[in-house]
Design a protein around this ligand. Structure first.
Ligand SMILES: [Fe+2]
Length: 480
């Protein structure tokens, strides 16, 4: 439970806290090693590029017409390595335009918050935005209702981007969003609604279930009571429920006052539970079911069983943010299936695949329904900061209980791969997997298009970029 004192402090003297944090930030111990998220593969790009007529190996399917977009932190001005946290860097969106079997362009553009505008000498685009330093959404970039939005959790506002990745405006869905948003909205293809669970750093006692209609306008913003300010990165949906992952990573006043930029930490005192919120019900109708402590950034899909249980597949970390102040850290992560039984008040965790991994994606035409395949990115063996990706990509077959492992080879690091269906009506898995692979042997990057149903086979096509794209967070295919 967030202490009342803490809540009071935050409400009454927020500005004072900021001053204390600023003072202490200057006294943080100077790092004796290179910051893992500012050097090596993560070294930020320093300019915006427009590259046309990109080199391609293989054959880009004629049916692919749209943009592959990916967001990630990329400070515009050099940050202080003593306090920099990977999750707080200004967002930079990378995009590759594909049409007619050709790769027409690559662009990278900072999301125009105050920092990027200061560097570039531009006015900040209009619209409501979060405080400076948190006003350039850095976590995901999505196509909603024919528009493009860069998005982030914890109180940042969506930024609307043009087709060529310029920032049009800071735009909380045409003024329909009152509270915060998330980096992980989930579209229900059957109801044509987009669901999210959101939270805001300075409001520790509630989270919100936010639903967008087909025009990307908010039609529901329902508060759910929680304690301690949990950091709820993602959610999942079933036919009847939105799932709330209330897990033991919570707001840390200690970290904030110490001057750290990302004030969330592992909190053993915070009970771990999953909430089943009726999609149209009041926040008070949520069914909380306990789960053994762990942290989940990302679920894959979720669905309901005939006997009233909810199944959700997740990447579960044993702990998160327990040690590092520079980025995510984890002793171990695994792909798990959680069977949530609201009648028995239990969550049963079974291991699908026992290897460190992250960024699970699936054929999103199956959202809220049973499904067969998860595609995820391996993380390196061992515990610690999740500084770089492994070289491997997984394809989990939930029906056969098997996993295929595709290895890109030494020095070649895949990021999140997104599934793109070949046609709206095709069977699950009938499509392509699209993602970036950074080649640290020559500091270049490939956009790799795999046939999802020939996971181990040769790529369908590879688009070559002559520079290193720093690994970021999430990407999506935004079809025309
Ligand atoms: Fe995420």
């Amino acid at each position: 439970m967030a202490s009342n004192v803490e809540t009071l402090i935050r409400g009454a003297v927020a500005k004072g806290i900021g001053k204390v944090a600023d003072f202490n930030r200057r006294r943080l111990p100077r790092p004796t090693d290179a910051h893992p998220y500012l050097t090596g593969i993560h070294k930020p790009m320093e300019e915006e590029l427009t590259l046309e007529a990109l080199a391609v190996d293989g054959e880009i399917p004629a049916a692919l017409s749209g943009r592959y977009l990916r967001n990630g932190p990329n400070p515009a001005l050099p940050p202080d390595p003593a306090s920099y946290h990977w999750f707080t860097g200004a967002g930079m969106v990378h995009g590759i335009r594909i049409e007619g079997g050709r790769a027409h362009w690559y662009r990278n553009r900072w999301v125009r918050g105050a920092e990027a505008c200061a560097k570039l000498g531009e006015p900040v685009p209009p619209g409501p935005r979060a405080a400076e330093g948190f006003d350039a959404p850095n976590t995901n970039v999505v196509g909603l209702a024919g528009r493009t939005f860069a998005i982030v959790e914890a109180g940042g506002k969506p930024a609307e981007l043009s087709d060529t990745l310029g920032t049009i405006a800071h735009n909380p869905f045409d003024g329909t969003l009152a509270g915060p948003y998330t980096a992980h909205p989930h579209h229900d293809p059957f109801a044509n609604e987009t669901h999210a669970i959101t939270y805001q750093g300075d409001r520790p006692n509630m989270v919100w279930h936010v639903v967008l209609d087909a025009d990307a306008h908010v039609i529901r913003e329902e508060a759910v009571a929680v304690a301690d300010g949990p950091s709820i990165h993602d959610c999942a949906i079933t036919r009847n429920y939105a799932l709330v992952f209330d897990l033991p990573v919570t707001f840390s006043m200690k970290s904030l006052l110490a001057g750290y930029r990302f004030p969330y930490a592992w909190n053993e005192a915070h009970p771990a539970r999953v909430g089943l919120l009726p999609r149209a019900g009041a926040g008070s109708e949520i069914l909380w079911v306990p789960v053994d402590p762990c942290y989940v950034f990302h679920p894959a899909n979720a669905f309901e069983t005939a006997d009233g249980k909810v199944i959700v597949d997740v990447v579960a970390h044993d702990t998160m943010f327990a040690e590092s102040k520079r980025g995510p850290d984890s002793p171990r992560s695994r792909m798990e299936r959680w069977t949530i039984d609201p009648t028995a008040d239990t969550t049963t965790r079974t291991v699908i695949h026992d290897h460190n991994q992250e960024f699970p994606r699936y054929d999103e035409r199956r959202t809220t329904r049973s499904y067969r395949y998860i595609y995820s990115v391996a993380l390196p063996d061992g515990a610690g900061e999740l500084a770089i990706a492994d070289t491997r990509l997984f394809r989990h077959d939930l029906e056969n209980g098997t996993t295929e492992t595709r290895d890109f080879g030494p020095g070649r690091h895949p990021g999140e791969f997104v599934f793109v269906p070949r046609s709206p009506e095709g069977a699950e898995g009938d499509g392509w997997l699209v993602g970036l692979v950074v080649n640290m042997n020559d500091e270049t990057t490939d956009l790799v298009i795999l046939n999802a149903d020939d996971f181990m086979g040769p790529p369908q096509a590879v688009v070559h970029l002559p520079h290193r794209v720093p690994p970021g967070f999430h990407g999506n295919w935004v079809a025309d």
